[in-house]
Design a protein around this ligand. Structure first.
Ligand SMILES: Nc1ncnc2c1ncn2[C@@H]1O[C@H](COP(=O)(O)OP(=O)(O)O)[C@@H](O)[C@H]1O
Ligand SMILES: [Mg+2]
Length: 502
């Protein structure tokens, strides 16, 4: 009999149907892998089991008996512990306090028993002895830790619940291989104790090494559950994509006219290596859109920023328009004709609280080496780019923050078009942008390519890449592990390259 079973569970957030029909069944003594592409509803399903999201419909049973999970406390009382993908740590508290946070040992039923707390936390900290890295200590403040170390604390916190059912929602995304191995050793121990575990990961090697069964979820719906021993990577990826592997390989978009008529190389990258990426080599010709694909955080952004002089480089070279770029700074890159647009507007894009015109013109000042310019002349310069993007705003002197996300992003892009660059580096440029603004942006991007710009596009949305890129370089573990060109550009190939072991 299954330990935990969710049947026909659904959940809508407003107009978004996050989970349409989620089924998941976990047995004692098994690691049950849950897999599906981004946004398919995995976290929602886990949160429903852990009581932090209330389902709209469906049934949950424990040991065969229907249960009502009233909330996170209720789930814990029923023996369900969870590792949250977005972590649930208190940044200002110590490692040991965080580990025990869900179940603080009390003295006289009132005061925290510090000694008991330290002793209990120490047991879980010891599990990761030797792999937790410098600065990791029971009394370290969680906010000061690295991303991998915070993820370890969240693992320890989940383990400290000692729950018979443990759910791990992408617990290994920031861990190094030694940490993953240690974690898997721990999971094997828990399996032997008869715990029931759900494990979410995007890594095929991890899944096939630790999993007993795998459930695939697609567009909010459970599509298959198989024993790991009875399936293989291609089958699982086919289930995620929704097409059998044989059929998925056909019908790519035709090679674009731009690709056939591509001009001279305008950007060339050779052996570029630095923190988070290594040995990256590729070339972009005028008129070409080269896509960066793969799971989030595999080095795509770092490479774009490194080309632009905004991320460290330890080896390799960048050539722009035939000239080697020796100085590593955005200023040097801009003066050589490079432009960089990030979807992270709060960090890389807008100048908060300043008028629209000031947000449009900093690059123009730099490239033209202007000191002062007449506002009317600047507006005249900016107008064509602003209009080409259908940017809507009331006046150039209004603050940038008065615009919608999509219109802010159009201003950030228009800023680069006043003086035409040669290479446009797009770092997930449509993050948080609505659909109509997205369409405007991509029409413009294709038009710019047709006019002879070389474009590099990193998108976290596979559909954007497949629809716009002439070639796709798939990043995996900081390296380009595959290049998809022509009719190789299919969802299936993109998924397979993204999800397979680096
Ligand atoms: N709190 C929320 N509010 C609105 N939409 C949400 C919320 N949480 C998730 N969603 C949406 O529900 C869908 C499923 O999300 P999620 O369960 O996080 O997927 P996964 O974990 O598989 O990536 C996505 O489209 C996501 O944007
Ligand atoms: Mg998730």
């Amino acid at each position: 009999m299954s330990k935990l079973k969710l049947s026909g569970v659904s959940k809508a957030y407003g107009a978004t149907l996050a989970l349409r029909r989620g089924d998941l069944e976990v047995e004692a003594g098994e690691v049950h892998v849950l897999i599906g592409s981004n946004g398919s509803g995995k976290s929602t399903l886990c949160k429903i089991a852990a009581g932090s999201v209330r389902p709209d419909a469906g049934e949950i049973t424990l040991d065969g008996r229907p249960v009502h999970i009233s909330g996170p406390q209720g789930a814990r009382a029923l023996g369900i512990g969870i590792f949250y993908q977005e972590l649930s740590l208190a940044a200002h508290r110590t490692v040991e306090e965080n580990i025990c946070l869900t179940n603080l040992p009390l003295k006289a039923g009132l005061f925290i028993d510090r000694q008991a707390l330290s002793a209990r936390a120490a047991r879980y900290i010891a599990l990761f002895d030797g792999v937790a890295g410098d600065g990791f200590a029971a009394d370290a403040t969680v906010g000061d830790l690295r991303a991998d170390q915070r993820q370890l604390v969240e693992i320890m916190k989940a383990l400290a619940t000692e729950a018979p059912i443990l759910i791990f929602d992408e617990p290994t995304s920031a861990l190094d291989s030694a940490q993953v191995e240690r974690f898997f050793d721990i999971l094997r121990g828990l399996k032997a104790e008869g715990r029931a575990m759900v494990f979410i990961s995007h890594r095929m090697d991890e899944i096939f090494s630790i999993g007993d069964r795998v459930t695939v979820i697609r567009d909010g719906e459970t599509v298959a559950t198989s024993r790991i021993a009875d399936t293989d990577q291609a089958t699982v990826i086919g289930q995620m994509v929704g097409e059998p592997p044989a059929r998925a390989a056909q019908a790519a978009p035709a090679a674009s006219a731009a690709e056939e008529a591509a001009g001279e190389p305008v950007l060339s990258v050779r052996g570029l290596t630095g923190p988070g990426y290594s040995d990256i080599s590729f070339e972009v010709r005028r008129g070409e859109i080269v896509g960066f694909g793969g799971l989030h955080g595999q080095g795509q952004s770092s490479v774009l920023r490194a080309i632009f002089g905004a991320h460290p480089v330890s080896a390799g070279e960048v050539t722009l328009k035939g000239e080697r770029l020796d100085a590593r700074s955005p200023r040097a890159a801009i003066l050589h004709g490079a432009a960089y647009v990030s979807g992270d507007r709060s960090r890389d894009g807008i100048i908060q609280g300043r008028p629209i015109i000031e947000n449009l013109t900093p690059i123009h000042y730099l490239r033209q080496r202007l000191v002062l310019a007449r506002p009317a002349a600047l507006r005249e310069k900016a107008r064509p780019a602003v209009e080409a993007l259908h940017t809507r705003f009331a006046g150039y002197s209004h603050p940038i923050n008065s615009l919608s996300g999509g219109n802010q992003q159009k201003i950030v892009i228009a800023r680069w078009l006043i003086d035409r660059p040669d290479v446009l580096l797009l770092d997930d440029p449509t993050k948080g942008v609505d659909l109509s603004a997205k369409n405007d942006l991509f029409s413009l991007i294709r038009k710019l390519a047709a006019e002879g710009l070389g474009i590099v596009l990193y998108s976290s949305e596979d559909a954007e890449l497949l629809a716009n890129a002439d070639r796709i370089l798939v990043f995996n573990g900081g390296q380009v592990t595959r290049e998809l060109a022509g009719d190789e550009r299919t969802r299936f190939n993109l998924y397979r390259a993204a999800y397979e072991a680096a």
